[in-house]
Design a protein. Structure first.
Length: 359
């Protein structure tokens, strides 16, 4: 009886141990995976402090903190935060941000950052990077949380890595903007769309434009449409006008700005007499480039507007977009007045609306 009882106890213990182990595995499997959080246009740079404080960090700051085009006061393209691998372990939430960029010299195998990069990319890719100098960047997703973008930049010397950081900047910038686009869209249309205003624009201009719900109609006189959003902090504005297209000579920065100034002089003023809007091409240049909007050929212009005879100004972005079906040009312009506020994110939201336009 005693041996039988001991055997039962052993079986009971083993069963309890097995049950405990299974329960632990189930709990681990059911544990919620965190969702990444953080601001648009923010990159968390993971690299060793000695590299961040040296020429490599200077290169990152020069490109990734360069001025967003074009704003009345300089604001960076990206907001940067730098952590070391040790910093990540000190605070759990540091692993739940949205966008990370790991930067490491693979030659320095004692570097904590290099060890993290090698663990993630694997020895085969590390060997490829040694043999092929053009292979110096990899992108991944969801390393520690859902909704994360992780970019690795690496080389086998400081010189190689600095060269890669310079050359890869345009592609990384595009990748981060594309990654942020869904979050930007969700924010812009948080409360839905103004369907009534969209229909009015469709009828008058022959285009569809996704208009956020908080915009209202300021003017529709058969010549232009002006829609606005007004809050305590900002005034966000969109202008639309159609003109006949005759030849490609119309698609110049000078013609675009001349049209913008003519609209500004006729329609837009402050509360003071003899005031009107015009482009300020003296204090800052106007940047202009050919581009495409939803597959349509376009010319863009970015710069600063001001109110003549008053102390008001802000940033604008304009497009000439060619409609190949009707031989017409669409002029669509967004301008912002946000005194005392950072303007980069507001201008990105405004530009996001403009680029929703379709014939």
């Amino acid at each position: 009886m005693k041996k039988h009882f001991q055997f039962i106890l052993v079986l009971s213990f083993l069963f309890s141990l097995l049950l405990s182990s299974c329960t632990e595995e189930v709990q681990r499997g059911l544990r919620a995976v965190p969702t990444a959080f953080g601001s648009l246009n923010e990159i968390v740079v993971i690299m060793d402090t000695d590299l961040w404080d040296g020429p490599m960090g200077d290169t990152i700051r020069y490109y990734y903190s360069s001025a967003y085009p074009l704003l009345p006061q300089p604001e960076p393209v990206f907001d940067l935060r730098q952590f070391t691998p040790e910093d990540l372990e000190k605070e759990r939430l540091r692993k739940e941000l949205r966008t990370y960029m790991f930067v490491g010299n693979l030659e320095d195998t004692n570097s904590p950052t290099t060890k993290m990069i090698l663990a993630d990319i694997g020895q085969e890719k590390a060997r490829r990077a040694r043999e092929d100098k053009a292979f110096n960047s990899i992108a991944g997703r969801d390393k520690w949380a859902k909704g994360q973008l992780v970019i690795y930049q690496f080389g086998y010397s400081t010189e190689e890595l600095i060269k890669a950081l310079k050359e890869n900047f345009p592609a990384v910038k595009k990748r981060v903007y594309e990654f942020d686009s869904k979050k930007l869209d969700a924010y812009v249309y948080l409360n839905g769309e103004n369907k009534k205003l969209e229909e009015e624009i469709r009828t008058a201009m022959g285009v569809s434009l996704k208009v956020p719900s908080d915009y209202f109609l300021a003017i529709n006189d058969g010549n232009i449409i002006w829609i606005r959003k007004e809050t305590d902090d900002i005034s966000s504005n969109i202008l639309l006008k159609k003109i006949k297209y005759t030849d490609q000579a119309q698609l110049t920065k000078e013609n675009l700005l001349a049209l913008r100034d003519s609209i500004g002089k006729q329609y837009i003023s402050s509360t003071l007499p003899d005031t009107y809007m015009q482009v300020n091409a003296i204090d800052l240049p106007v940047l202009s480039n050919p581009t495409k909007i939803n597959g349509y050929y376009a010319l863009d212009a970015r710069g600063i507007w001001e109110i003549v005879n008053d102390y008001m100004g802000g940033a604008f972005v304009s497009y000439f977009i060619l409609n190949p079906n009707t031989s017409e040009l669409l002029f669509i312009d967004g301008f912002l007045h946000a005194p005392g506020e950072d303007k980069r994110d507001f201008m990105m939201q405004l530009d996001h609306v403009l680029q929703s336009v379709k014939f």
